[in-house]
Design a protein around this ligand. Structure first.
Ligand SMILES: NC(=O)C1=CN([C@@H]2O[C@H](COP(=O)(O)OP(=O)(O)OC[C@H]3O[C@@H](n4cnc5c(N)ncnc54)[C@H](O)[C@@H]3O)[C@@H](O)[C@H]2O)[C@@H](O)CC1
Ligand SMILES: Nc1ncnc2c1ncn2[C@@H]1O[C@H](COP(=O)(O)OP(=O)(O)OP(=O)(O)O)[C@@H](O)[C@H]1O
Length: 433
């Protein structure tokens, strides 16, 4: 009987393995098909672009007043370039119903290369630009990465996001991150947490897919099985600092890097990075979102000296460079975003209410936006700018807007759950109006 059982289990494991192998092959084939489709779409866009530039160059000189300025801005500012290659899973989410409607949608939504360069030139070049102007300038870039909602898409195309976190002490943080990802527009949100956290997290929301694997003996393999299906990963909310969990998180990060998946690292994930910076150093699709304490720890670990807190902008730049031009978000009264080339502040109005979990809303949203931004970059929709920076700025704007709206309703009693309720309308106000 025991032998029979053993054989049965072995056969089930083999069947499961072959299912995942086939599933991966299917996804790869689907990605290749979509890449080809994108190439066709891109070609049509270029042709349309040539037609439009033909029309605009035929206009009287007065209607295009800045030809020389535009020409000089066509060069990207000193900005770490993002890979233009299509990667697994990324191509999927920008697929649209037909090349023709796709072209038209993109044409109306997207800033051209010169305009994108101009936005960033203004950020980086003009110290006198007010923050309000900056926010207004960069918002169109974020709008350009938001995939349109069409009836032709299938579930999963707008993003499948994974959260690595959730342990006995912290069940709220991974929930906040995962539900925020869904509310921003991901189709599926997975939480990989410890066994004892799983039932609790499931009970918060039937919308989340919860895997109680983080403390299992074969945690890495269990999570790795899902990686081919994930478009973005958020590591850290409610992860805790147990060595075993951090080791698993580290290996999952390594495997995700090998798959070119955008990775946001927050909270206890940053504890891991502080101990072992090389785990994410130099990975251009990595984004770190430290609060001030997390930032200080990381800075001091890399620079081996106390941080001088008088100049946050300089510190953010320095740390980003030390991390291999990784995109960093130092959260605070002003969120400071840098990829080592310069610093973009996000200071749209929030409120004075600082309830726990706001950072989880930010990291969960960022998981989705990072996927959208890198997909847009791979498809050629977002050019001359670092997709991670655009995504980070979008997530900061959204978090602060949610905070402001929730505060207007609830004042001092505002909680992160109240902010999450505001994601839909805040998103619409910022990115869809
Ligand atoms: N409901 C939940 O389950 C929540 C769980 N959380 C989790 O709790 C774990 C620990 O996170 P912590 O953020 O407490 O990390 P730490 O244990 O490193 O604590 C950081 C401390 O720094 C303080 N701090 C933050 N900004 C500061 C500033 N500008 N100046 C001075 N002090 C500042 C905070 O009060 C906090 O106590 C993480 O796994 C996190 O995800 C949090 O996300 C909050 C919500
Ligand atoms: N002083 C502030 N004024 C306005 N907004 C702020 C301020 N501090 C933080 N925020 C907003 O809250 C977001 C989360 O920052 P916070 O410092 O609370 O992160 P955190 O400590 O990692 O959060 P969590 O409680 O989830 O761990 C920031 O991105 C920012 O938008």
């Amino acid at each position: 009987m025991e032998k029979l059982m053993e054989r049965f289990l072995e056969q089930s494991a083999q069947a499961e393995d072959s299912f995942y192998r086939m599933e991966e092959q299917r996804l790869q084939a689907e990605d290749r098909r979509r890449e080809a489709e994108h190439a066709r779409e891109l070609h049509m866009l270029q042709m349309l672009g040539q037609m439009f530039s033909g029309v605009s160059s035929a206009r009287p000189a007065s209607s295009s007043s800045t030809p020389s300025k535009t020409a000089s801005l066509a060069r990207p500012p000193t900005f770490s370039g993002a890979s233009q290659s299509l990667t697994r899973g990324q191509s999927a989410q920008l697929r649209r119903p037909s090349p023709q409607t796709d072209c038209l949608t993109q044409q109306s939504q997207v800033l051209n290369r010169d305009q994108q360069a101009l936005v960033f030139e203004r950020y980086y070049g003009l110290g006198s630009t007010s923050h309000r102007d900056m926010d207004d300038d960069i918002l169109p870039l974020i709008k350009s990465i938001v995939p349109p909602l069409t009836s032709k898409k299938h579930k999963g195309q707008d993003g499948r996001i994974g959260i690595i976190g959730g342990c006995q002490d912290y069940t709220g943080a991974p929930y906040f991150a995962a539900i925020s990802a869904l509310k921003v527009g991901a189709d599926l949100s997975h939480v990989f947490c410890t066994k004892d956290a799983a039932t609790v997290i499931k009970s918060y929301s039937p919308e989340l897919i919860v895997h109680p694997v983080l403390d299992s003996p074969n945690a890495v393999e269990e999570i790795e099985k899902w990686l081919p299906r994930l478009h973005g990963l958020v590591v850290g909310p409610g992860l805790g600092r147990e060595d075993l969990l951090l080791k698993t998180a580290k290996e999952v990060i390594e495997k995700s890097k090998a798959r070119d998946i955008p990775i946001v690292i927050d909270a206890d994930g940053l504890w891991l990075v502080t101990q072992q910076p090389s785990v994410i150093q130099g990975y251009q699709k990595g984004i770190l979102t430290p609060n001030f304490m997390e930032f200080t720890r990381l800075y001091e670990s890399l620079h081996h000296e106390p941080m001088d807190s008088r100049d946050h902008q300089r510190n953010v730049m320095q740390l980003s460079v030390a991390m291999g031009n990784l995109t960093l978000v130092l959260k605070g009264e002003q969120d400071l975003i840098s990829d080592g080339s310069n610093v973009i502040p996000c200071s749209i109005e929030g409120s004075g209410r600082r309830c726990g979990g706001q950072g989880d809303l930010l990291s969960g949203s960022l998981g989705v936006l990072a996927h959208w931004a890198h997909a847009a970059s791979a498809a050629g929709t977002l050019r001359s700018v670092n997709p991670s920076v655009v995504a980070a700025f979008g997530a900061c704007c959204l978090t602060r807007q949610c905070n402001s709206q929730a505060f207007q309703r609830h004042g001092r009693s505002t909680t992160t759950s109240d902010m999450i309720q505001e994601i839909g309308s805040a998103f619409k106000k910022l990115f869809e109006s």
